[in-house]
Design a binder for this molecule. Sequence first.
Ligand SMILES: *[C@@H]1O[C@H](CO)[C@@H](O)[C@H](O)[C@H]1NC(C)=O
Ligand SMILES: *[C@@H]1O[C@H](CO)[C@@H](O)[C@H](O)[C@H]1NC(C)=O
Ligand SMILES: *[C@@H]1O[C@H](CO)[C@@H](O)[C@H](O)[C@H]1NC(C)=O
Ligand SMILES: *[C@@H]1O[C@H](CO)[C@@H](O)[C@H](O)[C@H]1NC(C)=O
Ligand SMILES: *[C@@H]1O[C@H](CO)[C@@H](O)[C@H](O)[C@H]1NC(C)=O
Ligand SMILES: *[C@@H]1O[C@H](CO)[C@@H](O)[C@H](O)[C@H]1NC(C)=O
Ligand SMILES: *[C@@H]1O[C@H](CO)[C@@H](O)[C@H](O)[C@H]1NC(C)=O
Ligand SMILES: CC(=O)N[C@H]1CO[C@H](CO)[C@@H](O)[C@@H]1O
Length: 517
Amino acid sequence: MLVPRITCAVISLAVAFANAAQTLDLPLISAEPRDASQPLDPRLASFSIEFSYLTSFGGNKSAPNVLTKELMQRLVERAGVGPDIRPGGITIDSSVFSPSAPAQILDESSSGGIFRTTFGPAWYESLGVFPDSSPIVVTVNLGNNTIELARDEIQAAIEHIGLDRIRAFELGNEPDHYPGGSRPRGWSEADYTAQYLGWSTFLTRNLSLPSHMFQAGGMVESWSTKEIIEMGVESTGTVKLYAQHTYQYSTCDPARNAIATLTNLINHQNITAYLSEWKPQVAAAQSVGKEFVVGEYNSVSCSGKQNVTNTFGQALWLADTILFAGSMNISRMYLHQGATLVFQSSQQTNSPGFSWYDLWYPIPTDRYGSARAAPSFVAYLLIVEAVGSSQESRIALLPSIASNPQLAVYAIWDPAVRSSGPARLVILNLSTRLASSSQDDQDAVAVTVDLNPYIRADNDVKVKRMSSVGLDSTDSAAATWAGQSYENGTASGVEVVESLEEGKVTVQGSEGVLVFF
Ligand SMILES: *[C@@H]1O[C@H](CO)[C@@H](O)[C@H](O)[C@H]1NC(C)=O
Ligand SMILES: *[C@@H]1O[C@H](CO)[C@@H](O)[C@H](O)[C@H]1NC(C)=O
Ligand SMILES: *[C@@H]1O[C@H](CO)[C@@H](O)[C@H](O)[C@H]1NC(C)=O
Ligand SMILES: *[C@@H]1O[C@H](CO)[C@@H](O)[C@H](O)[C@H]1NC(C)=O
Ligand SMILES: *[C@@H]1O[C@H](CO)[C@@H](O)[C@H](O)[C@H]1NC(C)=O
Ligand SMILES: *[C@@H]1O[C@H](CO)[C@@H](O)[C@H](O)[C@H]1NC(C)=O
Ligand SMILES: *[C@@H]1O[C@H](CO)[C@@H](O)[C@H](O)[C@H]1NC(C)=O
Ligand SMILES: CC(=O)N[C@H]1CO[C@H](CO)[C@@H](O)[C@@H]1O
């Protein structure tokens, strides 16, 4: 696809900042991908969608959700393939497949909590809006403790999705939360491991599944991949890969709600320190030759937080979180799209409705207004273009620059594009620039980076920018990738692909750029 290149508009902007901004030399980047990640999956940025809300996100055959379809196409155009889709979350553990049911019947409590989802063959129509190249992770009911329910759900998935398109089967959601609920208080990771082995082995035989078709783990708070491997989860040959869930912040209770602020969230040290806690788990999975994925995550659990996770700040949080995850060999990150479920916590801040952290609002609602992409959607465009489609790219986070601790710089090597030296560079300036900041304050948080050491004479270096009026902006029309916004799922405005000014690029606070060498 050929795109118009309009360079004037933004270059003059960069020059305007150049006076105030300091010039920065980056640490040297090696020509070869030393200390870099495993080859990146073009599906690094994937999705988890709350099981009982898939119908809202996908629609059905006669009424597909056009916004979802368009947004997914924007990713396919860049990645070459669709992201993984995992219909899952807490509602899977009270789900029941019934061949005679309509798409779905929700049994709700008086406060709006979903305590059972009965679904039928038409439920699978919702998956039709996702690209054919999107693998599906099939999570089934383990919470109920009745293997027939899981068996029927796996059988139905094979019939209606097709085994070829199924990435893996997953037994239950966050089993470490079962003790004291659907299991006795003392139910442990040893009990989970034993049940996983019994069920996955029986189901593999009973349904004649290929070996190694299960995604094990899926815990969120206690227990770990390392522990279940030590307990023998590999012993019957059913594990394909490992998953754990992560939520850095929470609105589930008042104490955690108080620290779930934009400035705490959009902080490079906080982001990298938090995800680094999973390094032993990635290593444990790699030691048995398996992938490790974050099978469900978002920034703030219990459905996000108004004016925090529905801002452009969430885009910066996503870009840094996902690229850092790639650099530490997490194979895919499944960003949860969902809705507030009153069963998550009796003390939570949010009431029922779509989550404040969703990347898009698929249908119009009283609380959120029109169906539209959230300001954070543009982060997915930056990420898929940074990762590329070659399946050979590798990423590394460069060492922090002492004078600019909030500057996150990722180098990406991609032999399909450039044989020596980084093919692409992501520069995120996570320092705060608010929508209300004065011009002087905005200049003070801009930084100019000297890229001359990485440019060859024959290089036609291009830059795409992820920006908005400020970190705290909730306006999707103001959140842009290469000058265009994506509120209704299609690009709006004229694409702006910049060139370098004397080998330099300026990055304002709360802004990111992707440099193509
Ligand atoms: C990631 O995997 C690659 C091998 O593909 C390895 O060289 C690298 O050390 C790993 N990184 C981490 C942080 O484990
Ligand atoms: C498809 O969705 C439309 C709109 O929500 C609805 O009216 C229709 O009943 C659905 N069809 C099926 C088969 O569920
Ligand atoms: C398990 O499923 C059955 C059948 O839908 C239901 O009656 C029962 O309440 C469920 N039990 C739990 C613990 O969810
Ligand atoms: C699978 O399990 C069901 C009961 O859950 C049983 O009726 C059926 O015979 C089993 N089939 C095989 C091939 O094991
Ligand atoms: C995160 O960053 C802020 C600075 O923005 C800091 O004050 C805070 O202690 C950090 N940690 C957490 C858990 O928020
Ligand atoms: C979010 O911001 C809007 C607009 O500034 C304001 O009206 C609303 O009260 C804020 N909500 C919360 C929970 O802070
Ligand atoms: C989105 O809006 C643009 C105008 O900005 C319009 O051309 C396009 O048709 C719209 N797309 C959809 C899917 O509504
Ligand atoms: C994230 C980051 O490094 N932000 C920087 C943006 O640029 C200004 C000016 O150089 C720095 O002060 C910020 O720290």
